[in-house]
Design a protein around this ligand. Structure first.
Ligand code: ZN
Length: 185
């Protein structure tokens, strides 16, 4: 999820999250679901020290963890997780949403987003059309800026480098995490 959306949730509902909120990793499309859930929790009388510990995408759906265990809250978290299976993780629509697997990664997305994902565009890159094969220097710069922020979000301390096949064609992206492990995508 984009940094500004995460920050909106963390800023508006500070009591629900610890000082070092450890994990917040899912697509922008689920922002409203999570925001609404936090709004519901914020008006309940929560157990003392209750915190949401993790928000993630797992097996295609939203996964939420909170502590200490509380039956009523766990039911609310579960309802939110179930609802996520009918909401596109990328754009938030409920139209034409389907579970699918792409390169071993389970996801739920609407038809246009599935097409984008299968064409190779990952979260955050939707503004770049997959049919645009030739890339200008300006677009490359934009992609690099966007990549840098995504990488810092997901692999703090890591780097991402665009590798070109020719002057105007992207070959692949080299991602290095903070421990120096290298991935190509
Ligand atoms: Zn979508």
């Amino acid at each position: 999820m984009r940094k500004e959306l995460k920050e909106q949730i963390l800023t508006e509902f500070p009591k629900l999250f610890g000082e070092h909120f450890p994990s917040f990793d899912c697509g922008d499309g689920w922002f409203q679901l999570i925001y609404n859930l936090c709004g519901t929790l914020a008006i309940l009388t929560l157990p003392e020290d209750y915190k949401i510990l993790a928000i993630k995408q797992k097996y295609g759906g939203l996964c939420l963890w909170g502590d200490p265990y509380n039956e009523e809250i766990t039911e609310l978290l579960y309802e939110c997780e179930q609802a996520s299976l009918g909401v596109c993780e990328r754009c938030g629509t409920t139209q034409g949403v389907k579970y699918f697997i792409h390169r071993g990664w389970e996801q739920v997305a609407c038809h246009p987003c599935r097409k984008m994902i299968k064409a190779g565009w990952q979260e955050g890159c939707a503004e770049f059309s997959p049919v645009e094969k030739e890339i200008t220097r300006d677009i490359l710069k934009l992609i690099q800026v966007r990549l840098d922020s995504l990488i810092q979000d997901r692999f703090p301390g890591g780097t991402a480098k665009l590798v070109l096949a020719s002057k105007k064609e992207l070959s692949h992206i080299m991602v290095k995490d903070a421990e120096g492990r290298v991935f190509a995508c």
